[in-house]
Ligand binder design. Structure first.
Ligand code: ADP
Length: 397
């Protein structure tokens, strides 16, 4: 079966076409600047050079049509006819408390996703647009929704409730939801396979460290706590997001700087984190280089980031009453030996021993702890699209 995976943003759309018989990627690409001047599609058939075509793309429906044209192209495509397409799987950011697993999309599911828009006003409308565009262009193809929040629905209420009046949970759904669930699910399973042990028997802390970062306590294969919260602003320091701060700080800044709540929201989401602290960049490569040149604030940003991750590992080991493995994934987790080393340093008391030479690995699956380390440290490149494709195939069959 061939499965198309779509990750739809407000002005962009990423896609991958899988052959699920062999679990291989046949083609992938990106539609950018939808509804904005300079829109384009970048399409790559596996094994060939990418092709970039600039063309007006006023809406997502036009974008989907272009994707299908690219996939049907005789020389650079990967489908000989649309009837080969078994199903379409969508990444959807927020399913609130409505779905704890992936689901086949029907009118009821669409209604539920629309009800979750207030919880993810930036993401869910784009995801919904993507599903509606596919429905219009491919009315007979079954679609599946895979949710960032679903994996975390196993958290106990002690981990997800906040200390604000309980009525706000009942009235507005104010609680911790957590995100990157598909990634935490995938890397925890993959790490268990690499360690040759059943995930049901393991206590794992998964560190998804990218531009957006989250850390999850995975006990027996289930998420029992996670660092992102009601929104993806919470948790560890991120590229441009502040992560955990004293909740009184936003009010203080708003008053002191005469800013609206919208301004403060933007400040905490787009100008804070590693960028705000370092004054250099949100990109960890730039920060590592600046820190090496001796720039004090870049160095502070790096130390604050890794100190925060370390604290989460300690907290989640306590939450699970044990720890068997720490997993690093996403852009920073997969690539930065510096961050991994700084995080693990000082955690020897928990049973973590990092092997400095194995830690040099980049973007590859590897066990990077010493042979006698009681807690295993593992690098697993994440593959959210593969999880979406697998779930889509399973549900359609
Ligand atoms: P997103 O959350 O947007 O999916 P990614 O998972 O792609 O982000 O991660 C992007 C981050 O990974 C950037 O901060 C980038 O600096 C970092 N990164 C990528 N490659 C390296 C590298 N070789 N060394 C250090 N950091 C890296």
């Amino acid at each position: 079966m061939k499965v198309l995976v779509i990750n739809c943003g407000s002005s962009s759309l990423k896609y991958q076409l899988f052959d699920m018989d062999k679990e291989t990627v046949l083609a992938k690409g990106l539609v950018e600047r939808i509804g904005i001047e300079g829109s384009l599609i970048k399409h790559t058939k596996t094994g060939l050079e990418p092709i970039v075509a600039e063309t007006p793309i006023p809406d997502h429906k036009t974008g989907i049509k272009l994707v299908l044209d690219a996939l049907l192209d005789k020389s650079t495509g990967a489908l000989s006819s649309l009837s080969e397409l078994g199903a379409v799987g969508h990444r959807v950011v927020h399913a609130g408390e409505k779905f704890a697993t992936s689901v086949k999309i029907d009118a009821k599911v669409m209604e539920a996703l629309k009800e979750c828009v207030p919880l993810a006003p930036l993401h869910n409308p784009a995801n919904i647009m993507g599903i509606e565009a596919v429905t219009e262009v491919l009315p007979r193809v079954q679609q599946v929704g895979v949710f960032d929040t679903a994996f975390h629905q196993t958290m106990p209420n002690t981990a997800f409730i906040y200390g604000v009046p309980y009525g706000y949970y009942e009235k507005y759904g104010v609680r911790r939801y957590g995100f990157h669930g598909t990634s935490h699910y995938y890397v925890s399973r993959r790490a268990a396979e690499m360690l040759g042990r059943p995930v049901e028997k393991l206590k794992i802390v998964t560190c998804h460290l990218g531009n957006g970062s989250s850390i999850t306590a995975v006990d027996g294969g289930k998420s029992v706590d996670t660092s992102m919260g009601f929104t993806p602003l919470a948790g560890v320091l991120m590229g441009t997001r502040c992560g955990d701060v004293d909740p009184a700080i936003p009010m203080f800044i708003a008053e002191a700087e005469k800013l609206s709540s919208k301004d403060v929201d933007s400040l905490l989401n787009k100008k804070s984190g590693m960028l705000g602290l370092s004054g250099v960049s949100s990109d960890l490569r730039d920060i590592e280089a600046a820190a090496e040149r001796g720039e004090a604030r870049a160095n502070l940003a790096l130390r604050t980031l890794t100190y925060g991750i370390k604290k989460y590992i300690g907290a989640y080991a306590a939450a699970m009453a044990g720890l068997d493995a720490v997993v690093f994934t996403a852009g920073v987790g997969e690539n930065s030996a510096t961050v991994r080393a700084m995080v693990c340093q000082g955690l020897e008391f928990l049973g973590i021993g990092l092997d400095a030479s194995k830690n040099k690995v980049r973007s590859k699956e590897a066990i990077i702890s010493t042979d006698d380390s009681r807690v295993k440290v593992v690098v697993v490149p994440t593959d959210e699209e593969l999880v979406i494709a697998r779930d889509t195939k399973r549900l359609v069959e």
